[in-house]
Design a protein. Sequence first.
Length: 407
Amino acid sequence: MEPKKDYYEVLEVPRDADAKTIKRAFLKKARKLHPDVSDAPDAEERFKEVNEAYSVLSDDQKRANYDRYGDPNGPAGFGSDYVDVSDIFGGGGFGFGDIFDSFFGGGAGRAAGQARTRGRDMGIRLTVTLEEAAAGCHKTVAYTRLAPCEDCGGTGAAEGGKMHTCERCHGTGRVVEVQRTIFGQMQTQTTCPACGGQGQVIDHPCETCEGQGRTPSREKVEVQVPAGVHSGQTLTVEGKGEAGLRGDTCGNLVVSIEVEESDRFERRGDDLYCTVRVDSLQAIVGATVTIDGIMEGERVTVEVPAGCQFGQQVVVERKGMPRMGMIARGNLVAVVQVETPRDLTQKQLLDVAALVAQRALGEDAAAERDLEEAAEREGFSPSAENAAEHFAKERWHAPKNPFRSRR
Ligand SMILES: [Zn+2]
Ligand SMILES: [Zn+2]
């Protein structure tokens, strides 16, 4: 068999293409290759390929699995048989406790009168911290399910008890009733009342499970949460949902991940935003700030550039969240907060004032005039140092601005 073509190559899109690009590429190809339109001999096959590629790449979970494992269903026994829980619940959020009070799956599509015997899928919510989501983690989830009965091995029959075909419905699980109406005879099919639609009855049912083959049980399941996981993504643990009736297939456990918000970082996609504080003098000359990263023990160096403004963003590449299924990481974006220092010594204040005065002398003729007037009045020479002292006095002992107030 020919190896499967890469989905990205099929659609001719880059691996980091966004949803819009993927959709556009798909529509373009689909229009060209549609079997009703194209005469090419391989059009139908290629159309199928394009369809398949799009169905995977347009689904975030499948695409993530494909990126990570090369298979949209994920590795066997984990993440496979993906169920979009939110779809099943009509897009609703998970408003209910740790286990959904309703089960899902299984019921749809079965014929009337035929009882469902396969166990239903169950959903459970698992909350992880942002740090756990970054590193990936092992978690044990505990929940209650109908598990195969241990006393009868799930068969529902007591020791020596036997299953036999229901005599009433001859194993079909359905009985046909004939009614006479004014329109003539009408036939209706209903569930067999003798066997409850199972087609089989047990002569000595297991007492523990009353012949059901399953009993409520507190279960613990280990799940491996992949690094880079996002809220709303689900992991499927096969066979850990509701047990089937009398040994029929168990449903799956669908674990919906919820990533907690962090005090330190705000996650946007795979990027992490945080705040770093520098004082206004550091902002002027630039500063190196070291902070704790998202990974355990990780130190991240943020280079605040000279002349940094309040709210300016400094990007540290590849120090954000890991991209699920890839070695790559998002970026860390440090938002700089500039704080005015209030603990300068008198000497430091004068130094800064000297700087302010120098800049004022250079830039503001009015200030220069002010200074000259003040110098004449108070008898000091208008040097930068003297000016600094003057302004420092003016500024910190009087609320007036010496550059603007005296015109
Ligand atoms: Zn039993
Ligand atoms: Zn029956």
